[in-house]
Design a protein around this ligand. Structure first.
Ligand code: FAD
Length: 466
């Protein structure tokens, strides 16, 4: 046997959950070891949030360069050198992953390359290609993330790809079919549609995002997709795929009718499953839900008191900032702090066109929870900055408690919704009212004024709308 290496807190996985947990644990005086079997930064930095946003940006620039006639700009021969786009995307990823490595090092965290497997509640074996090493820990944090679901009729191949494959294409496809009109399918699909790909989205339910966003929000996204020639087929049952020499033929059923569609690639984005099956959880007796998620309490603690789990392996939205937030809480809990998870102010964003963002309650959710609430909306089209950005589609909607004006939620569709939502998350966290937002001076002209005006609408005193 080998000699075990001792550590205080062992973190498995270096995604936005794991690396943040590790840094916070080190800040709190723990000796920390991070085990990573793939690339530092996990899915988010390497094959998720960051590279997808880079491709989305490239798509916007290419599309806008060709479609700004209404503001008097035309350009001929706009070209895309996709290998350069990919190289730029990689440079963004490398800058960030290199930064995370530097932060881990700077916090004196030991990073071990290898695959961790639980032996018992105080030991993991870390396997590398030709060696194995035991680590003995006082506490462990499982942050092993998630993997794209593969459905038997759509085995991944050169032409049948998942999100990772879609991020790594070497050329802009002339056509692509997406199965699954969820966030990832719409984001990646739109990026390519903006770069000229003829896109078809097959969605099984009756709306994109499966109804996770309010109808007025998804309607704007669908309108935009349509304007770019994207076909969205809802209630579509994908049945099978046949690979041809340079493409695919996808068979699907809609309204009882079988249809076929040809494309260069089939992108399957039907969900992600937690990485909980090959890490020895049964050796320790860690409880899983029937969906394979790790059961945890308000501090991220599993049923084994010295082992925690965070991020995509536990329940809740599969979002990077949720993983990081849980990572901080778990590290603080290990250090004996009374920190607890509270999802009230957690935002969710779709980087579609327009962007969608939501935090807290929708009007419908407030009603369900027995809260008497009012929704107040202000449109982008009545805001000077939005007009001058040529981005007039959308609105900010506040949900406030009727009795006292407390901000309990917000939904935004529109340019930079991903940034604007931050103010509303803060308002919820700080227990602010519509009046607090209305009385806050917002710079002119700015999209932030839309939020201020939505608050004025809640108070019945908007200046720029009747
Ligand atoms: P991960 O990031 O999945 O990291 C887990 C790490 O654990 C991996 O590096 C893996 O190699 C490692 N690991 C697994 N098993 C072991 C083992 N046994 N031993 C050692 N290491 C192991 N979220 C957002 O909030 N915003 C976005 O814009 C966004 N865009 C996305 C776009 C795409 C295309 C995808 C796929 C996802 C996107 N997400 C986004 C989701 C986000 O990436 C995840 O929610 C987030 O990465 C989860 O973080 P995590 O730390 O739980 O796990």
């Amino acid at each position: 046997g080998d000699f075990p290496i001792e550590t205080d807190t062992l973190v498995i996985g270096s995604g936005p959950g794991g690396y943040v947990a590790a840094i916070r644990a080190a800040q709190l005086g723990q000796k920390v070891t991070v085990v990573e079997k793939g690339a530092i930064g996990g899915v988010c930095l390497n094959v998720g949030c960051i590279p997808s946003k880079a491709l989305i940006e490239a798509g916007h620039r290419f599309h806008n360069a060709q479609h700004s006639e209404n503001i008097g700009i035309t350009a001929e021969n706009v070209k895309i050198d996709f290998s350069k786009v990919q190289a730029w995307k990689e440079s963004v990823v490398n800058k960030l992953t290199g930064g995370v490595s530097g932060l881990l090092k700077g916090n004196n965290i030991e990073v071990v390359a290898g695959e961790a497997y639980f032996v018992d509640a105080n030991n993991v074996r870390v396997m590398t290609e030709n060696s194995a090493q035991t680590y003995t820990f006082k506490h462990a944090i499982i942050a092993t993330g998630s993997t794209p679901v593969e459905i038997p009729a759509f085995k991944y191949s050169k032409r049948v790809i998942n999100s990772t494959g879609a991020l790594a294409l070497e050329e802009v496809p002339s056509s692509m079919v997406v199965i699954g009109g969820g966030v990832i399918g719409v984001e990646l699909g739109s990026a390519y549609a903006n770069m000229g790909t003829k896109l078809t989205i097959l969605e099984g339910s009756d709306d994109i995002f499966s109804g996770a966003y309010e109808k007025q929000m998804t309607t704007l996204v669908k309108k935009n997709l349509k304007s770019k020639g994207v076909e969205v087929v809802t209630k579509a049952l994908a049945k099978g795929v046949e690979e041809t020499e340079n493409g695919v033929i996808v068979t699907y059923e809609v309204k009882g009718e079988e249809k076929k569609i040809e494309a260069d690639y089939l992108l399957v984005t039907v969900g992600r499953r937690p990485n909980t099956s090959d890490i020895g959880l049964e050796q320790v007796g860690i409880n899983l839900t029937d969906r394979g998620l790790i059961e945890t309490d308000q501090q991220g603690r599993t049923n084994i008191p010295n082992i925690f789990a965070i991020g995509d392996v536990v329940s809740g939205p599969q979002l990077a900032h949720k993983a990081s937030y849980e990572g901080k809480i778990a590290a603080e809990a290990i250090a004996g702090h009374p920190s607890e998870i509270d999802y009230l102010g957690i935002p969710a964003v779709v980087f579609s066109e327009p962007e969608l963002a939501t935090v807290g309650f929708t009007e419908a959710q407030a009603k369900e929870a027995g809260i008497e609430a009012i929704g107040s909306k202000f449109p982008y089209g009545a805001n000077g900055r939005a007009l001058s950005l040529n981005a007039t589609d959308g609105f900010v909607k506040l949900v406030t408690r009727k009795e006292d004006g407390l901000v309990i939620g917000a939904q935004i569709a529109g340019a930079n919704a991903s940034d604007i939502i931050a103010e509303l998350g803060l308002a919820i966290e700080a227990g602010m009212t519509a009046e607090d937002i209305a009385m806050t001076i917002h710079a002119h002209p700015s999209l932030g004024e839309i939020t201020m005006e939505a608050a004025e609408v809640a108070l019945g005193t908007p200046i720029h709308i009747i």
